[in-house]
Design a protein around this ligand. Structure first.
Ligand code: ATP
Ligand code: MG
Length: 324
């Protein structure tokens, strides 16, 4: 281990993977400091799962220098495997057996003694609020329970680095928040988390650093705030219920962007008090009375749309400069 790989839980440079003539990862670089949450975002098919599968030794890369947990992925995949846990996009839970039996199976795979296996399984079932369900077949579990069991199973081997591929897809808001607390708890215990998600709010909540994957490349990387600064998404939105009022407002407010379907108009604005007052004065003088007025500051959704709207097109120059 050299000094760089020491502090980094995951270090990838020039990671490349193609399926046939389709290049999925076109030479990407990733650096995840130990004890942090790194979130990989990207539209469906961008290659998030592929990246997780490569870094967790499930499939091999075509090229790239890859280090996980201080071990070289090509020369020491077994050492990498011993250091990590993976919760795949699709559940690893065996539905035919109970939650507890799934846990004990994992304990066996990790070569824990019978006694130790039972202790770890009981502790994790408790932590993931699955004690009551433990003796029931996993086939009877709800999606949220199955996801919790999935992650509990990942933690049996006490991994220092965990890969979570869309851990909260399909969960209701409460279960999602519970999952976030679980992830925060892991990080507080020093675990490094590599997270993929479709929920930008999730990356915003959890991730120390976020990377956006599109067209085989990382089109931006940074903290949530750094990424948000990349897009000028601030606007005031006026919504109308009466199509006639909407149309006359649209004529009066020529500079506004129209959305005919939702009968709404968008006026670019940074959202400051001064700007809002100017807009309100302007609306009064144009005799426009909207049914709803909302102020929208740029969020990760805006960043995501700006960066991933054209699958093959390059990111705007201003955004590219922020790729580190
Ligand atoms: N085994 C495979 N053989 C051929 N093509 C594959 C294989 N696995 C993935 N792909 C292709 O690689 C691309 C990336 O897939 P991947 O599953 O990594 O995307 P993703 O970002 O995880 O998408 P999602 O958000 O839908 O989960 C897709 O075009 C997919 O069709
Ligand atoms: Mg995926």
């Amino acid at each position: 281990m050299n000094s760089t790989t020491n502090e980094l839980a995951i270090a990838a440079s020039g990671l490349r993977k193609a399926y046939g003539d389709k290049t999925v990862l076109d030479g990407i670089d990733l650096h995840v400091p130990a004890g942090t949450v790194f979130s990989l975002l990207g539209p469906n098919g961008a290659g998030k799962t592929t990246a997780v599968q490569i870094l967790s030794t499930l499939i091999t890369a075509d090229a790239g220098e890859l280090w996980v947990g201080g071990h070289n992925l090509a020369s020491h995949p077994q050492s990498v495997r011993a250091a990590i846990g993976v919760t795949g996009q699709f559940s690893a839970v065996d539905n035919l057996i109970t939650g507890e039996e799934n846990m004990l199976l994992m304990a066996d795979l990790h070569h824990l003694s019978r006694r130790e296996g039972r202790r770890v399984a009981a502790e994790l079932l408790e932590r993931f609020d699955l004690v009551e369900a433990a003796k029931k077949p996993a086939s009877t579990y709800s999606g949220g329970m199955r996801r919790r069991l999935d992650i509990a199973m990942t933690l049996v081997g006490s991994p220092r680095i965990i890969f979570l591929d869309e851990p909260t897809t399909g969960l209701d808001p409460r279960s999602r928040h519970n999952m976030w607390n679980i992830i925060r708890g892991l990080v507080a215990g020093g675990v490094t988390v590599f997270l993929t998600t479709q929920y930008l709010e999730e990356a915003d909540e959890l991730a120390d650093r976020i990377a956006v994957l599109n067209g085989g490349k990382l089109v931006a990387q940074g903290t949530a705030n750094e990424l948000k600064r990349l897009v000028p998404g601030g606007h005031v939105r006026l919504r109308f219920t009466d199509p006639v009022a909407y149309r006359s407002a649209a004529v009066a407010l020529r500079e506004a962007t129209r959305d005919e379907e939702s009968l709404s108009l968008q006026i670019p604005s940074g959202g400051s008090q001064r700007e809002l007052r100017a807009i309100l004065d302007w609306l009064d003088s144009a005799d426009v009375e909207a049914d709803e007025l909302t102020v929208h500051t740029p969020d990760l959704d805006d960043v995501f749309f700006a960066l991933t709207s054209h699958p093959t097109a390059a990111a705007p120059a201003a955004l590219k400069e922020n790729v580190r």
